[in-house]
Design a binder for this molecule. Structure first.
Ligand SMILES: [Zn+2]
Length: 287
């Protein structure tokens, strides 16, 4: 019987799932809105462990699977496997060891990763960062996250928090962020904030925000000095000439710094990058 890897990406906007066969080819993919789908807890419309159970049961029915890979828009503590706060999705999975629960329920190897880390893995392995040793991935979507792959290995820090570029300060006099810091990049340049600032749903990004994103890129270069900076997430991917607009909005000293990076490009795998990254990571563990 054919064996599959089931992969799920819980995002701020979309809930994606896919089945990959043993040779790594995609055989089935589905996409649903995160905030309005049949797997939400009907009482309070939240995403719960039960939502995962229902989704997984449905997807693996009559199939043999070798593992389950899940990505979430929150930090996953590597020592406890507990999921940190998820700001952009109404949920009851924060603080829970989802990996242990899924593994027990379905008796199959399971991984749970931070979504930006999953994106970083797929872009580094077979995407826009493939030719480079050190790849930083920034996800500019509903929220802003980041992931770092060094010489083919994911670097997630001592407790899974490495690469959280959305929570670096770009305005010391800015507003207080729920993370405890002040003037974080995510407070201005996430899809959610852009909608609030521009009071529309077209995601037309003002020049000042592009300028802030340029400062965020500088923070990445100063902190990690990667060979490649790969940019993904709905906000970045849906904006025409996104990278060019960052350069156009930035001051000349910032532009000089940005030009030092060997490669700056948009994510090749688009919004499917985390699905693929989960499968690649899971396969590396199973082998
Ligand atoms: Zn913050």
């Amino acid at each position: 019987m054919k064996k599959y890897i089931l992969t799920i990406d819980l995002g701020g906007t979309y809930l994606l799932s896919a089945l990959y066969n043993e040779s790594g080819s995609l055989e089935d993919r589905s996409i649903l809105k995160t905030h309005n789908n049949k797997y939400l807890d009907p009482e309070n419309l939240t995403f719960s462990v039960q939502s995962f159970y229902s989704l997984i049961s449905e997807k693996i029915r009559n199939k043999s699977i070798s593992g389950i890979g899940i990505s979430v828009p929150g930090i996953v503590d590597e020592s406890t496997n507990k999921i940190g706060e998820i700001i952009n999705v109404k949920n009851t999975i924060s603080g829970i060891n989802l990996k242990a629960k899924i593994q027990e329920k379905f008796s199959t190897p399971t991984i749970v990763l931070n979504d930006a880390n999953s994106y970083a893995i797929s872009e580094s392995f077979s995407g826009s960062g493939k030719k480079f040793s050190n790849v930083f991935f920034i996800n500019i979507g509903t929220g802003i996250g980041g992931g770092l792959v060094i010489n083919g290995n994911l670097y997630s820090g001592s407790s899974g928090k490495a690469g959280e570029i959305g929570h670096t300060t770009i305005d010391a006099n800015g507003s207080k962020c729920p993370c405890g810091n002040t003037g974080c990049l995510e407070m201005y340049a996430s899809g959610q904030k852009i909608q609030q600032i521009t009071k529309n749903h077209t995601l037309e990004i003002p020049v000042e925000i592009f300028k802030m994103i340029g400062l965020g890129f500088c923070n990445i270069i100063n902190l990690y000095d990667p060979d490649a900076l790969i940019i993904g997430g709905g906000v970045a991917l849906k904006t025409k000439d996104f990278i060019n607009k960052v350069f156009l909005a930035s001051d000349k000293d910032v532009i000089a710094k940005l030009k030092k990076i060997k490669n700056m490009s948009l994510a090749k795998h688009g919004i499917d990058g985390a699905l693929l990254g989960n499968a690649i990571y899971l396969k590396s563990i199973l082998n």
